[in-house]
Design a protein around this ligand. Structure first.
Ligand SMILES: *[C@@H]1O[C@H](CO)[C@@H](O)[C@H](O)[C@H]1NC(C)=O
Ligand SMILES: *[C@@H]1O[C@H](CO)[C@@H](O)[C@H](O)[C@H]1NC(C)=O
Ligand SMILES: *[C@@H]1O[C@H](CO)[C@@H](O)[C@H](O)[C@H]1NC(C)=O
Ligand SMILES: *[C@@H]1O[C@H](CO)[C@@H](O)[C@H](O)[C@H]1NC(C)=O
Ligand SMILES: CC(=O)N[C@H]1CO[C@H](CO)[C@@H](O)[C@@H]1O
Length: 826
C-alpha cells in the first residue's frame, strides 16, 4: 500500500510538475500548451468512418469552422482482428490520419479506450476476447487488464515512434483511457473501483507526456482529468474533481445516432450554441468537443446493434463530407465570438449576477479594457430586455449574447445569421435493365449437410465469433401426416427468417429498444421427413452496458403447435440441431472480382425472392460530387462495391412516422475505378434491384437571411469581429447584410426567392412568401449582385434597394438561391 502510494505520488508529481509533461499541462483554468492557456474547440471525426481520400477535406472544413482539435477513438477490433495480428492499412491508417491533422496545423485528442462504445460493434472490443479463459471485461480482472494494457501500449508506442505526441513536437495534446465507466461501475461491485485506479495508473505509466482524461468519471484518479459527456454540460456538469483541473467537455452530442426503426433525433444549431456558451461561461469550460463533427459511415459490419449505416449525418459536416448549414456556420460564428473573449476568459476574475428573474450575467474582468460578458436568458419562450452597465440588450428566449468587450454584442446563440443549405440527390444511373443483372440464390442448408451438431440451441455470437451476421439453425424430423401447424420461434437475435422444406414461411425482427425477434407463422408439414431451417441474423453486436461478455443472442426456443389444438405441441428446443455459420456467398466471397467467378450466377428471374445475391457492373459517373446508392426498393442485406462493403442496408424498416430508416448508402469515390465497377447486393427478404439508382449528393440551395429587428435597441454594433471572422450574414458593421455562398465549384444560377421588406419567415420556413412590406426592386438588385457568382453579399440598406418600402418598420432581407456547376461549353 505504502509503496503503491509513493509510486503514485511520483507519477502525479512528474506530470503536474511538468518534468516529463513536455508542452502540454493544465491547471484549474484550462489546458496549457507551450506555456499558454487555451480555449479549445474540438470536433470528433472517426478515421474508419470515412476514407483517407476524404480526410484532408474533412479536417480542412473543421479548421475553417473554427475547430482547433480533432478528436478520435482508436478502434481496437479493427486494428487487432486476431491476437497479436495488427492492421493499420487504408481507413485504419491512424498514423496517416494524425499526420494529416498535424499537416493542417490542428491538435489531436486520441481516445484509446480501448472500450469505446461509439455505436461501434462490440464497443470496439475484439470478439476473440470472449474466448479468453475467465475474462470479465472492464473490471479488476487479470486477463482483461493484460489485453487492455497490451493494446493501449501498442497504440501509445505507435504514436511515440512517429513522434506524434505534443511532448515530442506532435499534435496529440490529450488522451483518454476507458469511456463513461461510471455508468456501469456499480454493476462490478468491488471489482470496479480498483479497475479505475489501475486504468488511470496504467495509462499515466505509458509516459505520453500529455494529460489523460476519463469521461463521465467523477472520481477520476489524479492526475487524470474527469470530463463531461452529454447534451447539456453547461447545466449538468458537477465540475472537475480538483481545483487544479480544467472543465473539459469530451462529448457534446450534436444530434443523436440513429438506429434502424428508431426515432430520428435532431438538435438545432441554436440549442448546441446555447449549451456551449453556457458551459464556457457558467462552468468556466475551456475545451468543448462536438460529438460528432463529422459522423460518416459504418462501412462493412462495423455498426453496433441496430445502428444505421449512416452515422450522425446531422453533424456540422454531413455523412458525405458536405458542410451542413446553418449548423456549421452558426458554430463557426460562436467559436469566433468566444475566441474574441479569450484573454478575459482565461485570465480575468469571474463574477455572476442576476439581470432579471431568469436572466443572468457571467462577467470575466481582466486588466483594464479586458472584459467579456455572457448574458443569459433562461426562459426559452419569451425574449427579455436586460441592462448591463447602462446599456440595454434584447435577449431572445433561451439565448445567450456574447459581449467580448462587455459592451458590444457580437453573437447571440438564438440568432442564426449563417446561411442555410439544402442537400439534394440526383439520380445519375438507374439499374433498370434486367439483362445487366445476374443473380445467385444462396443455399438453404439442411440438417444432414451440417457438420456442427448439438442437442440444443447454441448462442449466436459464441458460435459465429462475429465472422458473419448469419447463423443457420437446421433440424429434420418425421411427421406422420400432412397437416397445417404453427411454427413458434423465440429469439434474442435481431432478425430471424424461417424456411420449412426449403420454402420461405416468414421473418421477424426487433429494434434497438426491444432487441429480440419472435416469430409465429403457419406452416404445412408433409407426411414423412420435414426440414426446418432458421436463419438468425445480427445487425451488429451490442456496444454498451456491463458484462458484455455474458450477452446472449440467437434462438432460445422453437416449438411447433397444432393450429386448433394447443395441447398438440412439440418442443424442438432440445432436439438435435445442425449449424452453419455464414452464407455460402460469404464463404466464396462472391462480392469481389475473384470470388464472383466461383458462384453459378444466372439471368435475373422473379426479382423478389429471399436470400438472393445480385451483381452488375457500372461506370463511375463523371464529376467530383459524392455518390450514394438509393436502395429504397431493396429490403435488407449488405452491399459491396469492388469487393468493399459499403455497409448493411435495411430500407424496408421504417421509423415511427413511416419513412424508411435509411435509403441512401454512401459509395466513396475512392472505391471506384473509371469503368466496370462490380456492384453486389445480398438481399435477405426479397427486393427489387431494377429500381435502385446511383445518385450524386450535393448542396444546391443556399439561403441567407438578416433582419434589422435583431439589433439591440440602443447600441449600434461596431465592427469588432475581424474581417475574416467568417460571419456570413452577421450584423457586424453598421448595417446587417445577407451573404450567400455556393459550395466550391458552383455558382449562383437562379434566385428562387428574394424579398427586402417583411418576409414572415427566415431560411428555415418551408414556403417562402412575401410579407405586407416588400420592395419590388428586390429580385433585380439581388440578381445583379449574385447571378454567376460563387458568393455575394447585400447590405440591408434602403439605398441598395432604391427606396424604403415601409418607412418606420424594421426590415429584413431573405434570399434563396440555387447553385449549379458552370454550364460547360455552350
Ligand atoms: C502483447 O502481447 C503479445 C503476446 O500476446 C506480446 O507478444 C506483445 O509483445 C505484447 N505487446 C505489448 C505492446 O505489450
Ligand atoms: C450609469 O448611469 C448612471 C446615471 O446616469 C451613472 O451615474 C453611472 O455612472 C453609469 N454607469 C456606468 C457603468 O456607465
Ligand atoms: C403417410 O405415408 C405412409 C407411407 O407412404 C402411408 O402409409 C400413410 O398412410 C400416410 N399417412 C397419411 C395420414 O397420409
Ligand atoms: C432444455 O434443456 C435444458 C437443459 O437441460 C433445460 O433446462 C430446459 O428446460 C430444456 N427446455 C425444454 C423446453 O425442454
Ligand atoms: C447515450 C447517452 O448517454 N445519452 C444521453 C445524452 O444526454 C441526454 C440529455 O442530456 C440523455 O437524455 C441521454 O440519455
Amino acid at each position: 500500500m505504502t509503496v503503491w502510494w509513493l509510486c503514485w505520488v511520483v507519477l502525479v508529481a512528474t506530470v503536474i510538475g511538468g518534468v516529463h509533461s513536455g508542452d502540454v499541462s493544465y491547471d484549474g483554468r484550462s489546458l496549457i500548451i507551450n506555456g499558454e492557456h487555451r480555449i479549445l474547440f474540438s470536433g470528433s471525426i472517426h478515421y474508419p468512418r470515412s476514407t483517407p481520400q476524404m480526410w484532408p477535406s474533412l479536417i480542412a472544413k473543421a479548421k475553417e469552422g473554427g475547430i482547433d482539435v480533432i478528436q478520435t477513438y482508436a478502434f481496437w477490433n479493427q486494428h487487432e482482428p486476431q491476437p497479436g495480428q495488427y492492421n493499420f492499412e487504408g481507413r485504419l491508417d491512424l498514423v496517416r490520419f494524425i499526420k494529416e491533422i498535424q499537416a493542417q496545423g490542428l491538435y489531436a485528442t486520441l481516445r484509446i479506450g480501448p472500450f469505446i462504445e461509439a455505436e461501434w460493434t462490440y464497443g470496439g472490443l475484439p470478439f476473440w476476447l470472449h474466448d479468453v479463459k475467465d475474462i470479465v471485461y472492464r473490471s479488476d480482472n487479470e486477463p482483461f487488464k493484460f489485453y487492455m494494457q497490451n493494446f493501449t501500449t501498442k497504440i501509445v508506442d505507435l504514436m511515440k515512434s512517429e513522434n506524434l505526441y505534443a511532448s515530442q513536437g506532435g499534435p496529440i495534446i490529450l488522451s483518454q483511457i476507458e469511456n463513461e465507466y461510471q455508468m456501469v461501475e456499480a454493476a462490478f461491485h468491488e471489482s470496479g473501483p480498483p479497475y479505475v485506479l489501475w486504468a488511470a495508473k496504467m495509462a499515466v505509466e505509458r509516459n505520453t507526456g500529455v494529460p489523460w482524461v476519463m469521461c463521465k468519471q467523477d472520481d477520476a484518479p489524479d492526475p487524470v482529468i474527469n470530463s463531461c459527456n452529454g447534451m447539456k454540460c453547461g447545466e449538468t456538469f458537477k465540475g472537475p474533481n480538483s481545483p487544479n483541473k480544467p472543465a473539459i467537455w469530451t462529448e457534446n452530442w450534436t444530434t443523436s445516432y440513429q438506429t434502424f426503426g428508431g426515432k430520428p433525433r435532431t438538435r438545432t444549431a441554436q440549442d448546441i450554441a446555447f449549451n456551449v456558451a453556457l458551459f464556457i461561461a457558467a462552468k468556466k469550460g475551456s475545451y468543448v468537443n462536438y460529438y460528432m463533427y463529422h459522423g460518416g459511415t459504418n462501412f462493412g459490419r462495423t455498426g453496433s446493434a441496430y445502428a444505421t449505416t449512416s452515422y450522425y449525418d446531422q453533424a456540422p459536416i454531413d455523412e458525405y463530407g458536405l458542410i451542413r448549414q446553418p449548423k456549421w456556420g452558426h458554430l463557426k460564428d460562436l467559436h469566433a465570438a468566444i475566441k474574441l473573449c479569450s484573454t478575459p476568459l482565461l485570465s480575468g476574475t469571474y463574477t455572476n449576477f442576476p439581470l432579471g428573474e431568469s436572466q443572468e450575467a457571467h462577467v470575466f474582468q481582466g486588466k483594464p479594457g479586458e472584459c467579456a460578458a455572457f448574458l443569459v436568458n433562461h426562459i426559452s419562450t419569451t425574449s427579455a430586455t436586460v441592462t448591463l452597465q447602462n446599456r440595454s440588450y434584447n435577449l431572445p428566449g433561451g439565448s445567450i449574447s456574447i459581449l467580448p468587450d462587455c459592451q458590444n454584442e457580437v453573437f447571440n446563440t438564438a440568432l442564426v445569421s449563417s446561411q442555410f443549405s439544402t442537400r439534394s440527390t440526383v439520380p445519375v444511373k438507374i439499374f433498370n435493365s434486367a439483362e445487366q443483372w445476374k443473380e445467385f440464390h444462396d443455399v438453404i442448408p439442411n440438417f444432414e449437410e451440417t457438420s456442427l451438431k448439438e442437442n440444443k440451441l447454441l448462442e449466436h455470437m459464441t458460435t459465429t465469433k462475429d465472422k458473419s451476421d448469419y447463423l443457420w439453425y437446421t433440424s429434420s424430423f418425421q411427421h406422420d401426416s400432412s397437416s397445417d401447424k404453427l411454427l413458434q420461434v423465440y429469439s434474442l437475435g435481431h432478425v430471424v427468417h424461417a424456411f420449412v422444406n426449403n420454402v420461405y414461411v416468414g421473418s421477424a425482427h426487433g429494434n434497438h429498444d426491444n432487441v429480440g425477434s419472435n416469430l409465429e407463422t403457419s406452416i404445412s408439414l408433409t407426411n414423412g421427413t420435414n426440414k426446418i431451417s432458421l436463419l438468425s441474423v445480427m445487425v451488429g453486436l451490442p456496444d454498451s452496458g456491463a458484462y458484455l461478455e455474458r450477452r446472449v443472442a440467437g434462438l432460445r426456443r422453437v416449438r411447433i403447435q397444432g393450429k386448433d389444438d394447443k395441447a398438440d405441441t412439440q418442443d424442438f428446443t432440445n432436439k438435435s440441431w445442425g449449424y452453419e455459420v455464414g452464407l455460402l456467398g460469404e464463404h466464396l466471397q462472391i462480392y469481389n472480382d475473384e470470388g464472383s467467378d466461383k458462384a453459378q450466377w444466372s439471368n435475373m428471374g422473379n426479382p423478389t425472392q429471399p436470400l438472393m445475391w445480385y451483381k452488375t457492373t457500372f461506370d463511375a459517373p463523371s464529376g467530383i460530387e459524392p455518390l450514394a446508392l438509393n436502395l429504397g426498393t431493396m429490403s435488407k442485406g449488405e452491399a459491396w462495391v469492388n469487393g468493399q462493403s459499403i455497409g448493411r442496408y435495411w430500407a424496408s424498416v421504417r421509423i415511427p412516422n413511416g419513412d424508411p430508416s435509411q435509403t441512401l448508402y454512401h459509395v466513396p469515390r475512392s472505391f471506384l475505378k473509371p469503368s466496370g465497377n462490380l456492384l453486389v447486393l445480398f438481399e435477405e427478404f426479397g427486393g427489387n434491384p431494377l429500381q435502385i439508382t446511383l445518385n450524386t449528393v450535393s448542396n444546391d440551395r443556399a439561403c441567407g437571411y438578416a433582419s434589422e429587428s435583431h439589433l439591440s435597441p440602443v447600441t449600434p454594433r461596431e465592427e469588432i469581429m475581424g474581417s475574416d471572422s467568417g460571419m456570413h450574414t452577421s450584423d457586424h458593421g453598421r448595417r446587417p447584410r445577407v451573404q450567400v455562398e455556393c459550395p466550391s465549384g458552383k455558382t449562383i444560377s437562379k434566385i428562387v426567392f428574394a424579398s427586402f421588406g417583411s418576409p414572415p419567415g427566415g431560411c428555415d420556413s418551408e414556403n417562402k412568401v412575401l410579407g405586407s412590406c416588400h420592395s419590388i426592386n428586390t429580385k433585380e438588385v439581388v440578381e445583379k449582385a449574385c447571378l454567376g457568382k460563387t458568393r455575394c453579399s447585400i447590405d440591408l440598406s434602403i439605398k441598395s434597394f432604391g427606396g424604403d418600402p415601409c418607412p418606420g418598420t424594421p426590415k429584413a432581407l431573405l434570399v434563396d438561391a440555387e447553385c449549379s456547376f458552370r454550364a460547360l461549353g455552350s
